[in-house]
Design a protein around this ligand. Structure first.
Ligand SMILES: CC(C)(COP(=O)(O)OP(=O)(O)OC[C@H]1O[C@@H](n2cnc3c(N)ncnc32)[C@H](O)[C@@H]1OP(=O)(O)O)[C@@H](O)C(=O)NCCC(=O)NCCS
Length: 312
């Protein structure tokens, strides 16, 4: 099959992180754990917690950060895709609440995506395809989570891993090859309850770990092959921030040096669908944007996994 890549212009990125912090020492008071164990097994030192904030409110702040970065004309935004597993409520969608909080009164199509930690990469692929039709002027793709509301703080296997945040990107359709965007997204339905949320997060960490390393490696190779690019042509890999050891294993198995992977999980832990856009926003904060190529790679419950190559 001939792969006809979507063309998208990356306009901006933004983030929002709640102020309240949960340190490893705080968790020592809740479960039998310690800073040394958490840091050596995961690389996580802190995570942030939304105390009185809804996912939609954090997502709106991340969107505003993206809008303000480039002083964007919001009347152009006519597509909002929100990736989350911790939406405000079942319906209306969290994307609808974001539309209202941004004060957008013109015609906007807005909806949520649930693909767990891969949700943002899924959302990007959907947005890119829709933008390519020419029907939309600009898309806001957001990942946002209040995971601390579904974490079981009596379960040391999971409570050390997760935090809250939101990240957003603004995209426009493009028409030049220079703006080719490549995607790979997949799912493998898991009936063994390896990683589930009924009321609280439950996980078989070892099984997720094994899946994650294989999935990330495959997703990196697949999108590079489709784009006919060598890893040396990629400026930065922005991986889902679940566990530093998972990324070290991927670095080892692929031979891609650790310096090529942008990491911020020491500060935020795993923020699920927010993790990749939050990290992209920090890339925007720390670098002058001048046509870099970034490779996004994620995995999550479901199982889901995916990757993307974007030109900034
Ligand atoms: C969860 C994870 C950090 C555990 O690390 P691990 O090296 O696999 O640790 P193990 O499962 O071998 O556990 C070793 C021991 O540490 C214990 N342990 C688990 N959590 C602990 C904690 N927070 N503090 C101290 N000890 C802990 C376990 O109970 C186990 O004890 P036991 O041997 O007496 O049963 C790791 O498996 C992981 O990161 N998995 C992927 C999770 C993930 O990314 N999920 C999100 C996907 S989007």
């Amino acid at each position: 099959m001939n792969y006809n890549p979507s063309k998208i212009k990356v306009i901006s990125a933004g983030k929002y992180v709640p102020e309240t912090i949960i340190t490893n020492e705080d968790l020592e008071k809740l479960v039998e754990t310690n800073d040394e164990w958490i840091v050596s097994r995961t690389g996580i030192k802190r995570r942030h917690r939304a105390v009185d904030e809804l996912t939609s409110e954090m997502a709106t702040k991340a969107a505003k950060n993206a809008i303000e970065r480039v002083n964007y004309d919001v009347s152009k935004i006519d597509l909002i895709i929100m990736a989350t597993i911790t939406g405000d409520q079942m319906t209306p969608s969290t994307a609808n609440f974001i539309q209202a909080q941004l004060g957008l009164t013109h015609h906007v199509m807005s909806f949520d995506i649930n693909a767990a930690c891969t949700g943002f990469v899924y959302g990007l692929e959907v947005a890119a395809s829709l933008l390519q039709t020419g029907r939309f002027r600009a898309a806001l793709v957001i990942g946002g989570e209040t995971l601390t509301k579904i974490v079981d703080y009596t379960d040391r296997n999971t409570c050390v891993l997760f935090g809250d945040a939101a990240g957003a990107m603004i995209l426009e359709p493009a028409f030049h090859e220079h703006h080719n965007a490549y995607f790979f997204n997949a799912a493998r339905g898991d009936t063994n309850s390896t990683l589930t949320v009924v009321n609280k997060i439950k996980m078989d960490g070892k099984k997720v770990y094994q899946f994650a390393v294989d999935a990330m490696e495959q997703a990196i190779h697949k999108v590079l092959d489709d784009a006919k690019l060598d890893i040396s042509e990629i400026d930065m890999i922005i991986p889902h921030q679940a566990n530093e050891r998972i990324i070290q294993s991927v670095s080892k198995s692929t031979g891609i040096p650790m310096e090529k992977f942008m990491l911020n999980l020491a500060e935020y832990g795993n923020t699920s669908a927010a993790s990749i856009p939050l990290t992209i926003a920090e890339y925007f904060d720390q670098n002058e944007i001048k046509g870099q190529k970034i490779l996004l790679v994620g995995f999550g419950g479901g199982f889901t996994w995916g990757s993307a190559i974007l030109q900034l």
